[in-house]
Design a protein around this ligand. Structure first.
Ligand code: C2E
Ligand code: MG
Ligand code: MG
Ligand code: MG
Length: 280
């Protein structure tokens, strides 16, 4: 029918635009200007310690400033980028840009406390045979030590090709890069599998946090995830903390860190640098 036809046309147009925007990235990148001339931007959301309230990490979140549509949310274009394979060049740009922005921060503020920047990875990036080579190239180019970087994976990425993935993750860890498991609890991962993967952090999905005060089951799931993570030697981040009550309850459950609008919305790189390095 005509409504489905319109939706298909709309999606095809968005795909063409995304392809153009990603083509633009390669040109800009080879000229060393990836941060100025692309339609993509990174914002950074603080992840704070629930004991000290200080940021320990910043999650890099991509935005697409579309010339006609305005700001397109990653929920609307990341799935499309994954379906078309464009996530590989886009993900490369995200990593490079995050590392360049870390380099700027370190150059501008040499006395910062330890921190890391968390970058979301898509499955195709991890399966790309050139991934490690590209990663090393980016670290060398920007002169960033691995400890400044943390990569966020999802449960399905672990389960897809378990043995090859474990090997890849170990090689990432060899570079002192940390690993987080994102949106934990929403995928299919078998709990008995989890210890096989060299992970530093579990991120409890926002959906559990949003229900923790109205649903005793969700509260118990959170408690169980925290215990499990600590038993396996991992630390825990709770996503989507919006109220002080949620924060206090999570802290009482020994959750290590939190992320959410209570602490901060995602910030531009400049705002993040100011807030972290030169707080009022
Ligand atoms: P995510 O990795 O789980 O990132 C957290 C999302 O939750 C972000 O949405 C963030 O803005 C939002 N959020 C944070 N705190 C709160 C809160 O207190 N309340 C609510 N309601 N939301 C909160 P965003 O930026 O729209 O990103 C959505 C998803 O897009 C991300 O979920 C991630 O899966 C994906 N994504 C973003 N950037 C990238 C990227 O560079 N590469 C890849 N592969 N995926 C990305
Ligand atoms: Mg994430
Ligand atoms: Mg998440
Ligand atoms: Mg989530």
């Amino acid at each position: 029918n005509s409504q489905m036809y319109d939706q298909t046309r709309e999606l095809q147009q968005l795909e063409r635009d995304l392809r153009l925007a990603c083509d633009g990235l390669r040109v800009a990148d080879s000229q060393g200007q990836s941060t100025v001339s692309s339609e993509f931007r990174l914002q950074y959301q603080p992840i704070v310690s629930l004991t000290t309230d200080q940021p320990t990490s910043f999650e890099a979140l991509v935005r697409w400033q579309h010339p006609q549509r305005g700001l397109v949310s990653p929920a609307d274009f990341i799935p499309l980028a994954e379906d078309t394979g464009l996530i590989v060049p886009l993900g490369h740009w995200v990593l490079l840009t995050a590392c360049r922005q870390i380099r700027c921060l370190l150059d501008q503020y040499p006395e910062l406390p330890p921190f890391s920047v968390s970058v979301n990875l898509a499955s195709q990036q991890l399966q790309d045979p050139r991934f490690l080579e590209d990663l090393d190239h980016i670290l060398t180019l920007t002169q960033i030590e691995g400890r400044y970087l943390k990569l966020e994976l999802t449960e399905s990425m672990l389960m897809d090709h378990a043995d090859a993935t474990i090997d890849m993750l170990k090689q990432i860890r060899d570079r002192n890069i940390q690993l987080s498991l994102d949106d934990f609890g929403t995928g299919y991962s078998s709990l008995s599998y989890l210890h096989r993967f060299p992970l530093d952090t579990l991120k409890i999905d926002r959906s559990f946090v949003s229900r923790m005060q109205t649903s005793p089951e969700d509260f118990e799931i959170i408690r169980t995830i925290i215990t499990l993570a600590h038993t396996l030697g991992m630390n825990v981040v709770a996503e989507g903390i919006e109220s002080i009550e949620q924060k206090n309850q999570l802290a009482a459950l020994s959750c290590d860190q939190g992320q959410g609008y209570l602490f901060s919305k995602p910030l531009t790189a400049d705002a993040m640098a100011l807030q972290f390095a030169a707080p009022a």
